[in-house]
Design a protein around this ligand. Structure first.
Ligand code: PLP
Length: 424
């Protein structure tokens, strides 16, 4: 078979783009070479519908061992009693949880998408908003921070069956204990979606949802620095309060329902090459090196946020506890869309993002989101955050000035070109 140069040349071009640029998309990271090696391995050839020891295909004895290692390491990393490592993505992890816990039409209470929530937390264009009845909580306009009394009031009024604590653009820690009190007061199941801060949570740097939330979902490719994928966890198993009773009158265990909801409920064959890569990433995350990495991610985010504030930028909630920040650009007279486009020309990648109470559409937005997980993997430290903010500021203040943008791009390339993608 002839080598497909058309595609491989494009992959090489993408590699160069990743090497030369400053990656500030809060949901991205660079995996280790061994994670990529596993993801590109012969395991992609194997069908393995089912779970370790209970497969619908022969020849699964080796992938069984791999998947069991991934499960055991995920449990160890998060202190969980249950882990399902098969979801192909964070969205499919969430879809599976809803499938296990709810009936179509049931009410779910999630973080408003325009305040920082995720599509799968009830957006009308997503399965979560189409199959279920979504209601939302958000942040206070003045503080940009969650107001738990208001969440309680909404829960009491709406009586959701599932409450989702988690976000894609919220820079503060979450009070999962308080969320559980709210959930218990209305008899709801509490799901924490820790897709963004998972790595920080795994290393004890942020509040731990496992003791408080019934179920926890995460992606494996953001701060956790694994391959693209999803993961479902539980601190302890429980009877699904909304479940159909078995013949003996008892309720089904949530662990059984979640396994069934992933396969065959939402997916067919698991991606064993990705599961092997997840196992490697969980193993990496169990090390002290990963703790140092996560501490540096947080320090870098704090340094970056401080540098933005010094330059007169308005950070939603005033700062950050985690790896990201959301900036309201309205006092800089530029939309999120225009800022994103100008930054891309300078080889700085970030994404436009709605800010709470935004008056612009999701395609334009008034905000931009920055995260430090990826640049910290490349080995950058606090001092370089100030340099980066200075470069970003030059672009945002002069989005039409090609000369300034060219000069910034040269500095960006000079800073990044000789750095490995995986360096920390
Ligand atoms: N949940 C949250 C909070 C997210 O931020 C994301 C992704 O951005 C997801 C779920 C979905 O993950 P995926 O893109 O893997 O479907």
């Amino acid at each position: 078979m002839q080598r497909d140069n058309q595609i491989f040349e494009l992959i090489e071009a993408e590699k160069e783009r990743q090497i030369d640029g400053i990656e500030l998309i809060a949901s991205e990271n660079f995996t280790s070479p061994q994670v990529m090696e596993a993801a590109g391995s012969v395991l992609t050839n194997k069908y393995a519908e089912g779970y370790p020891g209970k497969r619908y295909y022969g020849g699964c004895q080796i992938v069984d061992e791999i998947e069991q290692l991934a499960i055991d390491r995920a449990k160890q990393l998060f202190g969980a009693a249950y882990a399902n490592v098969q979801p192909h993505s964070g969205s499919q992890a969430n879809a599976s949880v809803y499938h296990a816990c709810l009936q179509p039409g049931d009410t779910i209470l999630g973080f408003d998408l325009s305040h920082g929530g995720h599509l799968t937390h009830g957006s009308p264009v997503n399965f979560s908003g189409r199959l279920y009845n979504p209601v939302f909580y958000g942040v206070d306009e003045e503080t940009g921070v969650l107001n738990y009394d208001k969440i309680q009031a909404i829960a009491t009024k709406e009586q959701p069956k599932l409450i989702i604590a988690g976000a894609s653009a919220y820079s503060r820690d979450m009070d999962f204990k308080r969320f559980r009190e709210i959930a218990d007061s209305v008899g709801a199941i509490l799901l924490a979606d820790i897709s963004h801060p998972a790595g920080l949570i795994a290393k004890g740097i942020l509040n731990d949802p496992i003791p408080h939330c019934h179920i926890v979902t995460t992606t494996t490719h953001k701060t956790l620095r694994g391959p693209r994928g999803g993961l479902i966890l539980m601190g302890e198993d429980f009877d699904n309060p909304f479940g159909v009773k078995l013949k003996n009158g008892s309720l089904r265990k949530m662990s059984a329902l979640l396994d069934l909801a992933v396969f065959p409920g939402n997916q067919g064959g698991p991606l064993e090459h990705i599961i092997a890569a997840k196992a490697i990433a969980f193993g990496e995350a169990l090390t002290d090196e990963f703790l140092h990495y996560m501490l540096q991610v947080k320090k870098n985010a704090a340094a970056m946020a401080g540098a933005f504030v010094d330059k007169g930028y308005k950070i939603i909630s005033g700062g950050t506890d985690n790896h990201m920040m959301l900036i309201d650009l309205r006092n800089k007279n530029i939309t999120g869309k225009d800022a994103e486009n100008a930054l891309v020309k300078a080889d700085i990648t970030a994404n436009k993002n709605m800010v709470p109470f935004d008056d612009k559409s999701p395609f334009v937005t008034s905000g931009i989101r920055f995260g430090t997980a990826a640049i910290t993997t490349r080995g950058l430290k606090e001092d370089q955050m100030k340099v980066i903010v200075d470069l970003i500021d030059q672009v945002i203040m002069n989005p039409e000035d090609e000369k300034i943008i060219d000069a910034v791009r040269e500095k960006v390339n000079a800073l990044m070109h000789s750095r490995a993608l995986f360096n920390a």
